[in-house]
Design a protein around this ligand. Structure first.
Ligand code: HEC
Length: 167
């Protein structure tokens, strides 16, 4: 009898486990979308901006569509040295680790040393005739993409832009 009960208990535990995991997963996810992780530098002066969760999710969607082919996960497939991780963005000239600087890049991208315009090579509003995924992007879209690029490493840690390690 007790072995039957034990067997039953095991079945119940096995059945409940996925349910418990399903309940816990969103809770773990929700913890990461805090005011702290959603707050990022607005400009180089140190002013910050706090995004809403829905803005960042919208930004992720546009990012995946317009930038994902080259920058999925925050790396740069065609130039592993210039990723979208905070450290690399911070060391660019001018520093690109703020919303305004990233929006500026999407309008007028420059080489990592800031010396030359790469507007003809890198997708931007100026090259939307060649890079079709840049068409119809509003200033609000650009702001949300920038927000996603800066929030993602705060949520994902090293995995964002860690292509050099993870590939
Ligand atoms: C066709 C591939 C491709 C696509 C699509 C693309 N990029 Fe890039 N991106 C690159 C390459 C290559 C570089 C490195 C450029 C260089 O030589 O400095 C780069 C560099 C950057 C940098 C500078 C990173 C740093 O550390 O200074 C930013 C910011 C950036 N991209 C943002 C975007 C955004 C935002 C989008 C989408 C709107 C996008 N990119 C779409 C290829 C791409």
């Amino acid at each position: 009898m007790s072995t039957v009960l034990q067997g039953l208990r095991r079945v119940v535990v096995l059945l409940l486990l996925p349910v418990v995991l399903l309940l816990l997963a969103p809770a773990a996810q929700a913890l990461q979308w805090t005011a702290e992780t959603l707050t990022v530098p607005a400009d180089p002066s140190g002013t910050t901006v706090t995004f809403s969760e829905s803005e960042i999710k919208a930004g992720r969607k546009v990012f995946n569509h317009s930038c994902g082919t080259c920058h999925a996960g925050g790396i740069t497939k065609t130039n592993q040295n210039v990723g979208l991780d905070p450290a690399t963005l911070a060391l660019a000239t001018p520093p690109r680790d703020s919303v305004n600087a990233l929006v500026d890049y999407m309008k007028d991208p420059t080489s990592y040393d800031g010396e030359t315009s790469i507007a003809d090579l890198h997708p931007s509003l100026r090259s939307a005739d060649v890079f079709v995924t840049m068409r119809n992007l509003t200033d609000e879209d650009l702001r949300r993409i920038a927000g996603y690029i800066l929030v993602a490493p705060k949520v994902q840690g090293q995995q964002w832009g860690g292509g050099k390690i993870y590939f």
